[in-house]
Every structure is written in C-alpha cells, then in structure tokens.
Design a protein around this ligand. Structure first.
Ligand SMILES: [Zn+2]
Length: 191
C-alpha cells in the first residue's frame, strides 16, 4: 500500500514539474513572438480641421478632407501627363502611394494608375454616395480622400483596374529627387 502511495505521489510530482516546464516554455515562446513581431502598421497622421487648412491649399482641403473631386482635365492633370519617371506621395501626409510605372492614359481627365506602389498605404472603402456604388480610395496614413477605384473597364493594362485619382492629392517626386520625408522632421519639431 505504501508503495502505491509513493508511486502516485511521484507521478503527481512528475506531472507538476512537466506542467511548470511547459508553462515556462510557453512564456518564452510569447516573448520570442513579441521580439520578432513585425513593425506596427503605418503610423496614422491625425490633425484637426484647422491644422489641415493650415498646410493644404483650399482645393487640396476640399478634395482630401471633404471627399471633393477636382474638375476633369484640370491644370494639375495636364502637369501629370507631362511628368516622367518618379513616385507619387500623399499631398497631405507624405505617404508613398503610386509610381509612374503604373500610370496610364485613360483619357478620363484625372490621373490614372492600374496599381498602387505599396497597397498598405492605400485603403479601399465602399462608397454609395450620389446613388452610385463605387470604391473610394483613401490614404491609409491620414485617411485623406484620393479618388475612386474602377474595375473591369477593359483597359489594356496588366491589371484591369483604374485608380482614378485627384491630381491635387498627389505630390510628385521625380526619380532621384528628395522624398517628402525630408519635410517630416521639421513638421514634428513644430509640435
Ligand atoms: Zn495621406
């Protein structure tokens, strides 16, 4: 009988040790996961209406912050058509949005791209305003309205989709030029 008690006690003891080792390993695993976790998603840029008005032109404010649309075939669109190789950044927050590689002439009167350079900086949202079902394109960083995305229009591009973007929301930097990040530290210094 004593033997049986000892065996049972040993078994319980062994189980307790095994459980505690397992818990310890689980803790280590969690720590390891935290250490190697990828960087947080794009940091958000949040400003008050007054702050946006101070840094944007009235037309940029109307489009980016009030989901407006610039007139078709505007002066900005004409400039866009003449621009060569480079990158397009958000005029509100400087996030990288589009590349001249994906630019194409859709003859619609607004800058057109068939893809976004880095889709993590572009978010899509259902838009049912004006009695239409459309996909709104927003900047992921500042939530600024950029334009709309249309699919299946039959354009001869690698992806049959058109990011129809308001030119005033874009900041063009030619290849080899300084990115808007150069502006960011000064902005931060002001705060
Ligand atoms: Zn932005």
């Amino acid at each position: 009988m004593k033997k049986l008690v000892i065996v049972v006690l040993c078994a319980v003891g062994g189980l307790l040790i095994a459980t505690s080792i397992a818990q310890e390993n689980a803790k280590k695993e969690v720590m390891k996961t935290q250490e190697t976790a990828p960087a947080a998603p794009t940091a958000k840029v949040e400003k008050t209406d007054a702050e946006w008005k101070a840094i944007l032109t009235p037309e940029q404010y109307r489009v980016l912050r009030q989901a407006g649309t610039e007139p078709a075939h505007s002066a900005v669109y004409k400039q866009f058509k003449e621009q060569g190789g480079g990158t397009y950044f958000c005029a509100g927050c400087g996030a990288e949005l589009f590349s001249s590689k994906h630019k194409f002439d859709s003859h619609c009167g607004w800058p057109s791209f068939y893809d976004a350079t880095d889709n993590k900086n572009v978010i899509l949202k259902d838009d049912v305003s004006f009695g239409m079902i459309r996909t709104e394109v927003l900047c992921a960083k500042c939530n600024g309205h950029l334009g709309h995305l249309f699919k299946g229009e039959g354009f001869d591009t690698p992806k049959d989709q058109r990011y129809c973007i308001n030119g005033v929301t874009l900041l063009f930097v030619p290849e080899g030029g300084k990115t808007p990040e150069a502006k960011a530290p000064a902005e931060e210094g002001k705060q």
